[in-house]
Design a protein around this ligand. Structure first.
Ligand SMILES: [Zn+2]
Ligand SMILES: [Zn+2]
Ligand SMILES: [Zn+2]
Length: 143
């Protein structure tokens, strides 16, 4: 089953129609089915059963990040640093990441956007985009 969002993305990538069953389509569908942040390794493991290789998984994840469909989140798992992926909403936002339970929340901060661009311009820099990840402890973990 391919979700509505996966279908839209596949069409944008020119993968619509009969190529919907391509390995790349399977990776996109599997990534968007995840409700919690995941590592590339977890996706590789779950897709290995369908005969989809590691390289396809990594290439597709890179593509989804560059399209803004997924974001890379820096986390800590079993005491070591890891990169996880999280599905992103269609409008610009930043991330709150809980260091205790690993949950990721989206936040929008309209006042901040102009300020960031102004800081860049003040240095003679034409801003094209930015990412902000706030790490901390979520309200549930603090309770
Ligand atoms: Zn996001
Ligand atoms: Zn938490
Ligand atoms: Zn922003």
């Amino acid at each position: 089953m391919t979700s509505a969002r996966a279908t839209v993305i596949l069409e944008q990538l020119g993968d619509g129609g009969r190529r919907r069953t391509s390995p790349r389509a399977a990776v996109i569908a599997a990534a968007l089915r995840r409700t919690h942040p995941f590592t590339a390794q977890q996706l590789v493991r779950s897709l290995a059963r369908s005969g989809i290789g590691r390289a396809t998984v990594f290439r597709t994840l890179d593509l989804l990040v560059s399209e803004g469909v997924l974001a890379r989140i820096h986390g800590i798992e079993h005491g070591s640093r890891c990169v996880r992926y999280t599905a992103c909403g269609p409008t610009h936002h930043h991330h709150l990441m809980c260091r205790s339970c690993g949950r990721v929340e989206e936040i929008r901060a309209s006042g901040l956007e102009e300020r960031i661009d102004a800081l860049a311009r003040a240095r003679g820099f034409e801003p094209l985009g930015h990412g902000i990840e706030i790490q901390g402890i979520c309200s549930e973990c603090r309770a």
